[in-house]
Design a binder for this molecule. Structure first.
Ligand SMILES: NC(=O)c1ccc[n+]([C@@H]2O[C@H](COP(=O)([O-])OP(=O)(O)OC[C@H]3O[C@@H](n4cnc5c(N)ncnc54)[C@H](OP(=O)(O)O)[C@@H]3O)[C@@H](O)[C@H]2O)c1
Length: 330
């Protein structure tokens, strides 16, 4: 089968279309003919590996020290069709359309993948595709949607509470805005340029262009802050969080972990650096919201699988709105 093989850490050119062995399902696995996969910020970060040592070292241990020779195919979100089922599989059948995550096993940038039927912390979670989405749309929901849902549930978001979403125009943010809207929250979405109009249409009450306005002056304002950007400014942004509020960081390093501990003890503010895990309830809830017409992924560009390097270049250009998708055309 054809797949995009990740041949080296660094620029997108290291992603190459190659012929690799087609996988064979174990007894508890299904073989999925992949129709679409997303190109997430996480895929780009891991490919570049320009990360602090505390993150890059474990990734090298896992993927390969000098080059990624143990983890060869990127991609954590997919949609496709079941073409074979192991003998112990009971939920899925040949012909079912599915979508979901591949977890730490990655592997979605190819024509086929084997994944376990049951949710698995390392190999992700799958469910049936919503009937009202295309394969390309369905590939853009699961990891970002589960993150957004997790943050909002964990904070027990209530009507009229104030939510700030920093980096709202990307994969997690566009879904977080729509989910927070369903809870009746008052939403401020921070991003840049043309994304702001789209964020208003998705349900943001207020928008801020971070390239034009310093919004960090309001103290003790927000009940929940979802920050997918992180970086050095987290300490300053924390001042905007109410006492007993929740601050979720999608991208964190060691200093953020220390900051989280200090803030919890001294200021009684809950800084959380955590991921959603791989629960089937959360992916099922996303499916339900989509089928009820309450949630829709935002798709910016769709690239053919063979142009994965180009898709990565676009995804990290700063122009991406919502999601970038790879379509597997055979
Ligand atoms: N997607 C997932 O499922 C997932 C899951 C777990 C963790 N994460 C991590 O979470 C982070 C974000 O993920 P994502 O997929 O949502 O990324 P994304 O799609 O690239 O979205 C990030 C958004 O933040 C904006 N941005 C950049 N700098 C900003 C700033 N200073 N203030 C406000 N907005 C800013 C970007 O816009 P411009 O570039 O145009 O400025 C972009 O619209 C990544 O580090 C990823 O590893 C992602």
């Amino acid at each position: 089968m054809k797949a995009i093989v990740w041949t080296k850490y660094g620029p997108p050119e290291g992603l190459q279309l190659q012929e690799v062995e087609k996988p064979v399902p174990q007894n508890d696995e299904i073989l999925i003919k992949i129709h679409a996969a997303s190109v997430t910020a996480g895929d780009c970060e891991i490919r570049r590996l320009e990360l602090p040592l505390s993150l890059s070292f474990p990734i090298r241990l896992y993927a390969g020290f000098r080059k990624p020779n143990r983890l060869r195919i990127l991609g954590q979100e997919l949609s496709g069709e079941v073409v074979q089922a192991g003998k112990d599989v009971t939920l899925f059948h040949v012909g079912d359309q599915v979508f979901g995550t591949t977890g730490f096993s990655f592997g979605a940038y190819g024509e086929y993948i084997c994944l376990p039927e049951k949710p698995d912390e390392t190999q992700g979670t799958l469910t049936f595709m919503p009937e009202n989405l295309s394969y390309e749309e369905a590939a853009a929901v699961s990891t970002a949607g589960m993150e957004a849902l997790h943050y909002i549930h964990k904070a027990c978001l209530k009507k009229d509470q104030k939510v700030l979403i920093i980096g709202a125009g990307g994969s997690i943010g566009t879904l977080a805005v729509q989910i927070a809207r369903l809870y009746g929250a008052d939403i401020t979405a921070v991003d840049s340029g043309e994304k702001l109009e789209m964020l208003k249409n998705l349900g943001a009450d207020h928008t801020v262009d971070y390239t034009e306005k310093d919004y960090i002056s309001q103290k003790n304002t927000y009940d929940l802050i979802i920050d997918v950007v992180g970086g050095h400014s987290v300490y300053g942004r924390l001042k905007m969080l109410k006492r007993k509020g929740y601050y979720f960081l999608a991208y964190a390093n060691f200093s953020h972990i220390m900051l989280g501990i200090w803030t919890g003890v001294i200021l009684k503010k809950k800084v959380r650096i955590e991921s959603s895990g791989q629960s089937r309830e959360e992916i099922e809830m996303l499916k339900k919201l989509i089928e009820e017409g309450k949630l829709k992924p935002v798709i910016d560009k769709i690239f053919p699988l063979r142009e994965a390097a180009e898709a990565h270049r676009y995804a990290e250009s700063g122009h991406k709105i919502g999601n970038v998708i790879l379509k597997v055309d055979r």
